[in-house]
Design a protein around this ligand. Structure first.
Ligand SMILES: Cc1cc2nc3c(=O)[nH]c(=O)nc-3n(C[C@H](O)[C@H](O)[C@H](O)COP(=O)(O)O)c2cc1C
Length: 169
């Protein structure tokens, strides 16, 4: 698959076979995250890899749209360090780029994954902060559920020429 195909064919996958995902592959995905662009190249991110059943269950209890974590083989929490980001507001933007890189690398590696939103919802930020015992200056941005896919998705049509403008609106 070339890169454009990977981008277009990536879908949110929420059903997993249960087959374990090995650490070496997870490390490659994190590497992809760390090669994302970031403001002033500050790379303010941290990644928490978690497999613990109890942690996954706790998240499903505080986040109604994170149910797929229950059956995921592994989860990644993407966070940013407020002391490392370029300026207020840049950490989440950088983390979004890292999250998408991880999802694309997962798809290219035969895994399925989904972005579970944490930021900007304050209640989710506070709850996830507590569950993972993050330091004060570290803020959670997104959770990524990962596993070998147990569902197939058809390719939606999304190309929308009416959203493209030339030179001026
Ligand atoms: C900021 C953000 C937050 C999201 N939060 C969730 C979520 O909490 N739970 C979930 O199942 N999917 C979540 N998604 C995935 C979207 O539902 C999904 O990307 C969208 O429906 C498009 O489908 P696709 O990823 O298959 O192209 C989120 C995506 C983004 C970008």
């Amino acid at each position: 698959m070339d890169l454009l195909e990977i981008i277009i064919h990536r879908r949110s996958i929420r059903k997993y076979t249960g087959q374990p995902v090995d650490d070496a592959l997870i490390e490659k995905l994190i590497q992809a995250g760390m090669y994302a662009p970031s403001a002033v190249n500050k790379q303010p991110w941290h990644f928490v890899i978690f497999r613990d059943r109890d942690t996954r269950k706790k998240i499903t209890e505080i986040h109604k749209n994170a149910w797929m974590l229950k059956d995921a083989s592994v989860g990644i929490l993407v966070c940013w360090d407020e002391t490392l980001q370029h300026d207020t507001g840049y950490g989440p933007v950088d983390c979004a780029a890292a999250t998408q890189n991880i999802l694309l690398a997962a798809h290219a590696s035969g895994l399925g994954g989904v972005w579970i939103g944490v930021y900007p919802r304050e209640d989710r930020i506070n709850n996830v902060h507590k569950i993972f015992q993050l330091p004060k200056a570290v803020q959670p941005f997104s959770l990524i559920a990962l596993g070998y896919p147990d569902e197939m998705k058809t390719l939606p049509e999304r190309f929308n020429p009416s959203r493209i403008h030339f030179e001026k609106w």
